[in-house]
Design a protein around this ligand. Structure first.
Ligand SMILES: C[S@@+](CC[C@H](N)C(=O)[O-])C[C@H]1O[C@@H](n2cnc3c(N)ncnc32)[C@H](O)[C@@H]1O
Length: 209
């Protein structure tokens, strides 16, 4: 069974070590332990935590295999930011910043990722208050945070400095793109969602119309 898990992970994320798989499993256990006390994700999704959240996050890796500086907005229980941090933690120069305003969720991320020695900086603050303190990353991620027009407002300051965004979106992403089209210009690549039925939107060169 564990071999199946390992193969499945590598098919989604690209090559990873067995130590990394062990770290992801440890994260999963801690997540379930904390989720019995605080709301880390929709309870209905917990029985399929591995696919619905962990693999769904890991599928970003092949879209930015060389990136070492990531910023995850509205991380919640750590998706996708915590999973990316674990996947790249054995690289020498990696750093993933996670911004999550809910203090209980941020405490879970702080405690669990520190124990795993994942290269993370957790900010228990609102995104809007972090622009001065967080340097532009190579990659910005955000999953289930906000519709695109609001998301673009949130990421704009970092995008202006050259960041690229990889955004999980659901089936109605076309409507969100249309709603953004009057106010924003950007380069777009739509990547197939290998885990769910949505899409990963890759956004570059975002600026106001
Ligand atoms: C629906 S959850 C998604 C969590 C995670 N990204 C996932 O996909 O499972 C959205 C999270 O964003 C956080 N959030 C919403 N607005 C925020 C803001 N302005 N600044 C920081 N965190 C925010 C909420 O506290 C919540 O944990």
């Amino acid at each position: 069974m564990r071999e199946d898990l390992y193969r499945e992970l590598q098919a989604i994320s690209g090559p990873v070590s067995r130590e990394t798989l062990a770290d992801l499993e440890a994260f999963q256990s801690e997540f379930l332990r904390w989720a019995s006390r605080i709301n880390l994700a929709a309870p209905s999704t917990l029985p399929r935590l591995w696919d619905r959240h962990i693999l769904d996050s890991a599928q970003l890796m092949p879209l930015a295999p060389e990136a070492s500086r990531w910023l995850d907005l509205g991380s919640g229980g750590g998706f996708p930011g915590a999973i990316i941090a674990i996947l790249i933690s054995r690289r020498s120069d990696s750093q993933v910043t996670l911004i999550e305003s809910n203090r209980k969720k941020a405490a879970f991320l702080q405690t669990t990722l520190a124990a795993l020695k994942a290269p993370t900086r957790i900010l228990p603050r609102r995104i809007e208050d972090c622009y001065q303190d967080v340097p532009a990353p190579q990659i910005i991620t955000a999953r289930a945070l906000a519709p695109l027009p609001r998301l673009f407002l949130l990421i704009e300051p970092w995008m202006r400095q050259g960041a690229r965004a990889l955004l999980h979106k659901g089936r109605d992403f076309q409507r969100e793109l249309e709603e953004s089209s009057d106010a924003w210009r950007f380069d777009l690549v739509e990547h197939r969602d290998k885990v769910g039925d949505g899409v990963i939107l890759e956004i570059r060169d975002l600026h106001r119309a």
